[in-house]
Design a protein around this ligand. Structure first.
Ligand code: GLC
Length: 434
């Protein structure tokens, strides 16, 4: 049997982010924000949203389209004022159902328009907010041009096009002219807007799920000099301590050289990092692996597998043994192998949460260097919500770095943040006459 202790020790060293590294990353993140704001070269895109904080008094019934990395969700949402909202009906379909290798932009939006039509109240005008969770350059609250696909999506013919217009044209083609797309926004912006409904001091919104990104309320936006939510596209931040496995993953990805942070922290990639490490850890298994065997198949493992590993608290890791048997077709694992896998899953998750905490720290220090007023960070996404210990690790890292200032900062889970945020954005757009 292979002794993998030396590799495990090396991995532990390489994947552990010290408090000192958190400080260093936060400093470079603040610098990247400031460079981005002054149009110097920066890994952060600082994309304007044309939205500021909602008042909480927004009311009415709106459709929301949430087009993220995993699912396409349509929601009918009632905003009730006083920061309250209720989801009346919703539908959800895996994004993959909408995509085939040859799907055109028009076909994609026809399918989305049909899904919206199924929930739209018939015969009445209904305004819609569209959360489109990819880097887009906005020219107004309802005009956004796709800059690049991320999260390994690659529908052709969409880059450089006005996404809101694509949706509007599809709604007309599919005979739903009563649905009027009024606002388009990133999911981080939506999460921030929804966060404000629940905690008025929210000024950072973030997604820790399939993808990773953060938006914040810039007190003096370069465009208007007024407060505006900016989408950092922080998944592209790259001043980070990468490992050999991060480099391999990047090289074999659809977008090498881009989305460095996202590839180290988000659900889309954590399973693949685990797989790459596991193939080195168990060379004898790999030597016998048949084609199609999950360990030999890129992206076969997901963050749900990591959650399964971390949730096994049985004395001899029986659940991991079952997982290896059923999911990876690897019977007869040793306790040592199971323990090593669980340890790696824990290291990857802790690294993800601590790197993200460092970027929140960098953002907070830009907004309020002395941390003299209260700030709330609103987070949505499956990693934050579901992975054991993830939320706690972010909080502990932030609190340790902030010291006495920690009492000014709260971190909150905002479920359905991006969908509800789309309704809030539509309400703001309708009110402003956009
Ligand atoms: C990717 C997208 C970004 C989105 C994030 C979370 O990083 O580029 O726009 O906010 O995923 O869904």
């Amino acid at each position: 049997m292979t002794t993998f202790s030396p590799l495990l020790t090396r991995l532990t060293n390489h994947l552990t982010i010290s408090d000192q590294q958190i400080e260093q990353i936060a400093v470079s993140f603040t610098q990247a924000i400031e460079d981005g704001l002054t149009e110097k070269s920066s890994p952060l895109k600082m994309l304007p949203s044309y939205l500021a904080k909602p008042t909480g008094q927004e009311t009415g019934i709106y459709l929301a389209l949430d087009f993220g990395g995993t699912n396409v969700r349509v929601l009918l949402i009632e905003l009730l004022g006083q920061g309250q909202s209720a989801i009346r009906v919703h539908s959800c379909q895996p994004l993959q159902d909408y995509l085939s290798p040859h799907t055109s932009a028009e076909a994609l939006f026809n399918a989305i328009a049909a899904a919206i039509g199924r929930l739209a109240p018939p015969g009445v005008v209904c305004y819609l907010g569209h959360t489109f969770s990819f880097p887009s350059r906005q020219q107004s609250i309802n005009h956004a041009v796709l800059l690049d696909w991320t999260k390994e999506i690659k529908t052709a013919g969409m880059k450089g096009r006005n996404v809101n217009q694509l949706l509007q044209e599809a709604l007309i083609r599919c005979r739903f002219p009563n649905v009027i797309p009024k606002a388009i926004l990133n999911d981080t912006t939506g999460t921030l807007l929804t966060g404000v409904f629940q905690h008025p001091s929210t000024d950072i919104g973030s997604i820790c799920g399939t993808g990773h990104n953060t938006a914040y309320l810039e007190p003096h936006s370069p465009l208007t000099g007024q407060p505006m939510i900016l989408n950092l596209e922080s998944g592209n931040f790259d001043q980070l301590p990468v490992t050999y496995y991060d480099i391999i993953l990047d090289k074999t990805s659809d977008n090498p050289g881009r989305q460095c942070l996202e590839k180290m922290v988000s659900g889309r990639y954590l399973g693949e990092l685990l797989r790459l490490i596991a193939t080195d850890l168990f060379p004898e298994i790999m030597a016998r692996a048949k084609p199609g065997q999950p360990l030999a198949t890129p992206y076969a493992l997901t963050s749900e597998d990591i959650t399964r590993l971390l949730s096994d608290h049985t004395p001899v890791l029986d659940n991991i043994s079952n997982w290896l048997n059923d999911r990876l077709q690897l019977p007869n694992s040793s306790l040592k192998q199971r323990t090593a896998l669980k340890q790696i899953a824990g290291l990857l998750i802790a690294r993800s949460a601590r790197l993200i905490a460092a970027t929140y720290l960098g953002t907070l220090r830009h907004i309020d260097p002395e941390c003299s007023s209260p700030h709330a960070i609103a987070i949505d996404g499956s990693l934050y919500e579901k992975v054991p210990g993830y939320a706690q690790t972010i909080r502990v890292a932030l609190m340790a770095a902030l010291g006495e200032q920690a009492e000014q900062v709260t971190v909150n889970l905002v479920k359905d943040g991006s969908g509800i945020g789309a309704a809030i954005a539509a309400a703001i757009a309708v009110k402003s006459g956009a």
